[in-house]
Ligand binder design. Sequence first.
Ligand SMILES: Cc1ncc(COP(=O)(O)O)c(C=O)c1O
Length: 412
Amino acid sequence: MPGPGMEMIGEEEKKALLEVIESGYIYRYGDPKDPRFKRKVWQFEQDFMKYSGAKYAVAVNSGTSALMAGLWALGVGPGDEVIVPGYTFVASMSAIIYARAIPILAEIDESLTLDPADVKKKITPRTKAIMQVHMLGNPGWISEIQKIAKEKNIYFIEDACQAMGATYKGRPVGTYGDFGAFSFNVYKTITGGDGGMLITDKEDTYKRAFAVHDQGHLPLRQGVEQGNRTVLGVDFRMTEFTGAVLGAQLKKMPTIIQKMKDNKKRLKSIISNIKDITFRKLPDPDGETGSLLTFIMPTVESAAKLGKKLGCGVVAQSGWHVYNNMEHLLGKMTVTKEGCPFTCPYYKGGEVKYTKGMLPRTDDILKRAINISIGVVDAGLGSSFGVNVKSTLQEVDEVGKKLRAAIIECLK
Ligand SMILES: Cc1ncc(COP(=O)(O)O)c(C=O)c1O
């Protein structure tokens, strides 16, 4: 099964879904005076605000929608550059491109998240925002990236789609940026099949994001609408079914994270004294969700051998999570000022090209990195080998033994 949330679907989700069916209200809006209307989406937003500490939350139909609504709400648009890591799911780039802005790819470091030093080098007078991506259940270098954004007076955006439940310096990720985006697809910490959330502390960003996600309406469609809508929105709304499942899943999150952390600690301890492998750097080791264990082999050759032996490949091969594998961004979708389907005609920065090998440090790290599943079994992420959230410690030990033997053999 793909992710930990999906693995934990059970009676609670069933009950919540039945409540929606029996209520007759399957859409986020209904008659507030009717006791049958359970307001599942609204309730999930309230619960999410309580969990995260954010002042505002907008539930949407996917993580991609959360990123798009947030970018549009901030006014990121034609001609703007947004710095984004070359290692992230393609949706981070798509959201920027659909805002008619230009993704500027930056290097990662051994944390497998944005390298602050390279971000600094990529800033130009056209930079409007930095999108930090908390990859593989771990926060990135939040303080460092936030500091750069503050100094340059640009937006700081957190793509926390892979890190629901992670914290940084004791605070949930997603609460540091101008907005934070979360995904609830089937590979994520909690899931509703699909779904997303945008959080922010800024009222105007909230109002605009809400309007974008719901055809230009004011929050909860309260107050004057017709004749006074200033935002041309779309429909990214979450249904009551999704809200119901996610409400039940959110309650399970502490158990999910504890289990992943315990299993990860155990698995890591089995391989931790192997000389020559290094573990991914963790900007806040206490704040991880524990969904994956990532380590770096000393050479590209030994990593390739190990990836083949385990059947999961190296991280560089992981689907649309690596810029080198985004064929729709490379070549066919080369952004030039002359134009292509998503080109911004207002762009003043000359030609921007995305080419294989343009981020050598990212390439080197990812060619030597191996992702082991602790709770996210996803071939597209290079984590088809490992355990899942329901694995017992005995099962973890067995997988750990196999992994240890394989690493040692491939280091010979
Ligand atoms: C880093 C990252 N950003 C954005 C997304 C998009 O989320 P969704 O699939 O819910 O649209 C994902 C989903 O995998 C992701 O991993």
